[in-house]
Design a protein around this ligand. Structure first.
Ligand code: ADP
Length: 682
């Protein structure tokens, strides 16, 4: 069929209104803005559908008002009466926080009161007053551990269902189970930007939920203006460079309108932002531009800036991960620059490692990204690849759902904690590949989370592991630190830093040498994790008031360390509840081996051995030889004169090579000592 990009979605009335209203729209009151959204004209229809059906599937273009308006319509119609709450789930943390902020503003209430949010490691809500709650789907699933029927909620809206994250799939399955018991007092709304609606309907319209016709599909007719698609004439070598050049070109030669740039990850965003800043400065264009990042980990102030109209005479340029693809909508975007890549996690079950890879987006993603340019008037998309590349097999039609490409260990652990013992008979939205399920069971068994050959959690360890809001590997490190290795203080620091995954060491341009010099104060030859632990422990030992200055002095990012400190204190409270209060101050001191062994106890599946060419091979590579792994250039071991013979790593990331990050040197004998079921003693 024809590419959707070439079709026109123009709708004349809306066009005239928003095209001519564009400059005036800043003056529109929030109520007027709300009434202009496509969702508004469907308000009564939507409420009627929800009144009469247990499950309503809402389809509509991104930006039509599903995430911000639907929960408010429900609230206004009384669905949050009797102390019940309306939930709206998001696959991405940053989206949940931003939506809560916007909706509290629209309703004129303080964030955390009537409108709140809850995501891993951060929340703002009160069980007594919060009536509209934005959460990640993972967080809502975790709430099932204490409230199995999710009885706190009257309506649960599963937003961005087309994203098909593992947590979304799992939530759909749990909601189907819950509906059997709450057919009369729970409503489920599934919202999706694309055309999977029939599939969601078929899943819920099953005989075991009683009658058919329990669900219905509603379409919000969107408005989208034509978007002109530009491709590169020849492939580019470096999409970052191309992105920067394209932004500057647009700014120089195109009429007013903001620019949205899609890049794979945070690192790319920081680089592109710095490079654009530098070039624009050199060209004298900087005065007329406002450059902003949009990715996880922004402060509320930075989040707000992304949506605020740029000051008069300035063009806003937002560098974003694919969170701006459908989850959040920024008004005023007329130009989209799409690098064509996305960062995705892929699990290699044979080698047993998670890989973060940067790969071509799907065609449906490319279409969504382009659509962001045509929301308020005709726009342009600049794709940083050739038309031939787009037509080639490189760009898949759709993204593969996560349940087919990620490690299922976290999901299996949670399902078991929720009492699902027979995974084969579980009513998955889409059954995962059997080899991934088998691997998850094997991995959880090797972590001692489940009893060997039994589909149930091990009495203490497994149950506690499921409660920790951590990847089971990291959770195991933390529990083992308390139970076996007496290094809780350091393990908390290590796990908090790894869970956040951000590098706190800043390298300001022009001061590279000083920054490297300072990093050396924390650096240890045992590798990255122990270096991070040193930095965080030193930060925690600095009086609160002096911390920002101390961070500047040592070239450390104080926001990342502050967040890590908060996470480590949250994890501490979990340990306290699990009866480890007396062990929280346990430190391994200079006896690093205790911490290293503790890390091995969780990360043993990510163990690798040095090869002659300086690469590493996974120690357990299944049948075939595992992939070659390299030390990431940002690792403290990258420049080490002698490389450790054996290491464990926190994650592997594939860009030009398959790089290991978060590396710790180990003694090979520890593998058999700490993980005997996994590594037999030779
Ligand atoms: P959908 O869920 O259908 O994609 P949304 O409800 O997210 O649509 O967006 C509707 C409108 O609300 C858009 O015009 C968008 O610009 C605006 N909006 C959403 N989030 C924010 C925010 N955090 N700040 C300002 N405006 C926002």
């Amino acid at each position: 069929g024809p590419d959707r990009d070439d079709e026109s979605f123009a709708n004349d009335d809306a066009f005239i209104q928003s095209y001519y209203g564009a400059s005036a729209s800043k003056a529109l009151s929030i109520d007027e803005q709300r009434r202009q959204l496509p969702a508004y004209s469907h308000r009564r229809q939507l409420l009627y559908a929800i009144e009469t059906h247990s499950v309503v599937i809402v389809v509509g273009e991104p930006g039509s008002g599903k995430s911000t308006q639907l929960p408010q319509y429900l609230y206004e119609a009384g669905w949050a009466a009797n102390g019940k709450t309306i939930a709206c789930t998001q696959p991405r943390r940053i989206a949940a926080a931003m939506l809560a902020q916007r909706v509290s503003q629209e309703m004129g209430v303080d964030l955390g009161t009537t409108v709140g949010y809850s995501v891993r490691f951060s929340d703002a809500f009160s069980p007594e007053t919060t009536r509209i709650k934005y959460l990640t789907d993972g967080t809502l699933i975790r709430e099932c551990l204490t409230d199995p029927l999710l009885s706190a909620y009257s309506v649960i809206m599963v937003d961005e269902a087309q994203d098909r994250s593992i947590a979304t799939d799992m939530l759909l399955a749990l909601l189907k189970k819950i509906l059997r018991k709450r057919k009369n007092d729970l409503r489920v709304v599934i919202s999706s930007a694309s055309l999977d609606a029939e599939r969601f309907k078929a899943y819920f319209d099953s005989p075991d939920l009683g009658s058919t016709g329990i669900s219905t599909i509603m379409t919000i007719s969107g408005r989208l203006f034509p978007v002109d698609t530009h491709y590169l004439a020849a492939p580019c070598e470096n999409y970052l460079l191309a992105a920067v050049e394209t932004v500057l070109k647009i700014h120089k030669s195109e009429p007013a309108g903001d620019i949205l740039v899609f890049l794979p990850g945070k690192d790319d965003i920081a680089r592109a932002l710095a490079d654009t800043l530098e070039s624009a400065h050199d060209n004298g264009q900087l005065e007329s531009m406002l450059l902003l990042p949009l990715s996880a980990g922004l402060s509320p102030e930075e989040q707000r800036q992304v949506f605020d109209p740029a000051p008069l005479g300035k063009r806003k340029v937002v560098f974003s991960t694919n969170v701006a693809e459908t989850s959040v909508t920024i008004d005023g975007i007329v130009y989209v620059v799409d690098c064509g890549f996305v960062k995705q996690c892929v699990f290699d079950p044979e080698a047993g490692i998670d890989k973060l890879i940067v790969e071509a987006t799907s065609k449906s993603s490319a279409t969504q990204r382009a659509g962001r340019a045509g929301r308020t008037r005709p726009g342009k998309v600049y794709r940083l690849y050739t038309h031939d590349a787009y037509k080639s097999g490189l760009f898949q039609r759709h993204d593969m759902p996560e349940v087919c490409r990620l490690s299922l260990a976290p999901m299996v652990l949670t399902l078991m904690a929720l009492g699902v013992s027979n995974l084969v008979r579980f009513d998955f939205f889409q059954p995962p590949p059997p080899e991934l399920l088998a691997q998850a069971l094997e991995h959880l068994t090797s972590l001692s989370a489940i009893e060997p050959r039994q589909a149930k959690l091990s009495p203490e360890f497994g149950i506690y592991l499921a409660e920790l809001p951590l990847d089971p590997k990291l959770g195991a490190c933390l529990l083992n630190a308390a139970q076996k290795f007496s290094c809780v203080r350091e393990a908390l620091a290590a796990v908090a830093m790894l869970a956040i995954g951000d590098d706190p060491f800043v390298v300001p341009s022009g001061q590279r040498a000083e920054a490297e010099e300072d990093k050396r104060d924390f650096m240890v030859q045992e590798g990255d994790v122990l270096t991070l632990v040193n930095a965080l422990v030193a930060y925690q030992g600095t009086p609160t008031k002096l911390r920002p200055r101390w961070c500047r002095m040592h070239f450390l990012n104080s926001r990342i360390l502050e967040q890590a400190d908060r996470v480590s204190r949250q994890l501490e409270s979990y340990l306290r509840r699990m009866g480890h209060a007396s062990k929280l101050r346990q430190s391994c001191g200079q006896d690093f081996a205790r911490l290293q062994k503790c890390l091995v106890s969780g990360l043993f599946a990510n163990a690798a051995k040095l090869e002659a060419d300086g690469s590493y091979r996974p120690l357990r590579g299944g049948e075939r030889e595992g992939p070659a792994l390299w030390i990431h250039p940002s690792s403290v071991l990258f420049t080490a004169s002698t490389k450790p013979r054996f290491v464990v790593f926190a994650e592997a990331m594939e860009t030009t090579k398959l790089y290991m990050r978060g590396i710790t040197s180990i003694d090979s004998s520890w593998l058999a000592e700490v993980a005997p079921h996994y590594y037999s003693v030779k």
